[in-house]
Design a protein around this ligand. Structure first.
Ligand SMILES: C[S@@+](CC[C@H](N)C(=O)[O-])C[C@H]1O[C@@H](n2cnc3c(N)ncnc32)[C@H](O)[C@@H]1O
Length: 313
């Protein structure tokens, strides 16, 4: 008899899972839930199932792999079933468990904050790379505009000692979460939190070495096409910029030169769809030079990085 292939073994395992009498082990719960989330259109059904089950069991996800044969107790099953139901209705996993991992740290999120995305880690890398290139004998002044959960500001502070960070958001509710995260990561004393429309309410410092921002950049038409998991659960104000998607970035490009030291950098996340338009806006301003794009893992232009080269402003 030939040895079963991995696919045959998987098939067999699935058939076994269908057995009525079989106990609801960790493995069986994961298989059933993965299949359910797949049918519901999740892009990462297995990962979703594992994150929710490890949350219900109050264990690390990796610990599930050595517990496949165990049967979660009644309380864990009830908690898991409720989260699976709500996930099936579209609620993001990060909101169900209350956090998302970003740049190797855990950030609390809720309905007031955008869930940090992996592509934003490219912005943090660019900010840290730029920070290392400054040769000043004082702490660098950095600002994160539209801080949301504080993911960018906190990650930069955690990974660069000599920095004084300002984190702003127009949303008071988001700022509260950002402050909570800063306290959790023990960096609250290095971050000034300001409620502000972009840079308008930020009085001090007058100028920064680095301005970074992941601003709203979705157009109204794109917003209507977003998956309900995003549109119905994440804050509209964190996503939508206006009819074109470029409006908030245009305002930031306008404000930034007067708030950057000569040689300072402006680093903005954007969507590849508006990369050309944003490049044209930036190049039209003689205050900016050394323009470069950083691509995301799909090869799309995702981060725009500019230098303030004009010494006259
Ligand atoms: C795309 S989210 C980014 C959140 C977070 N920085 C991240 O990368 O996960 C944009 C954030 O900008 C904030 N925001 C929107 N318009 C703003 C404005 N005019 N001034 C300041 N913050 C703004 C939103 O409240 C939201 O928290």
């Amino acid at each position: 008899m030939s040895k079963a292939t991995p696919a045959e073994r998987l098939n067999e395992r699935n058939k076994m899972s269908e057995s009525q009498d079989e106990p609801w082990t960790v493995l069986r719960l994961l298989d059933w839930t993965t299949d359910f989330f797949k049918r519901k259109g999740s892009e990462s059904p297995r990962l979703d199932a594992e994150v929710l089950l490890s949350h219900a069991r109050e264990c690390e996800r990796i610990e599930l792999y050595t517990a496949f044969a165990e049967e979660p107790d009644g309380e864990q099953r009830v908690a898991f079933r409720e989260m699976v139901r709500r996930r099936g209705e579209g609620m993001p996993v990060a909101q169900l468990v209350g956090y998302r991992e970003f740049y190797s740290s855990r950030f609390r999120v809720n309905e007031a904050t955008l869930i940090p995305r992996p592509e934003t880690e490219h912005l943090v890398v660019e900010a840290l790379d730029c920070a290392k290139q400054f040769s000043v004998d004082r702490p660098l002044q950095v600002i994160d505009v539209g801080t949301g959960s504080g993911a960018i500001a906190i990650s930069v502070v955690q990974n660069f000692d000599s920095v004084e960070m300002t984190a702003v958001d127009v949303s008071e509710a988001a700022l509260k979460i950002a402050e909570w995260n800063a306290q959790k990561h023990e960096v609250a004393d290095r971050i000034q939190f300001v409620q502000s429309d972009l840079l308008s309410e930020v009085e001090k410092p007058e100028r920064f070495d680095i301005i970074c921002s992941n601003p709203p950049y979705v157009s109204e038409a794109e917003y209507r096409e977003l998956s309900p998991t995003v549109r119905d659960f994440e804050p509209r104000g964190a996503l939508v910029s206006g009819p074109e998607g470029t409006e908030v970035i245009a305002r930031l490009l306008e404000q930034a030169p007067d708030r950057l030291h000569a040689g300072g950098r402006l680093i903005i996340e954007l969507s590849p769809m508006i990369a050309d338009a944003c490049q044209a806006m930036a190049l039209a301003d003689p205050a900016f030079g050394d323009l470069r794009f950083i691509k995301d893992l799909d090869g799309h232009r995702r981060i725009l990085s500019l230098q303030r080269t004009d010494h006259s402003r």
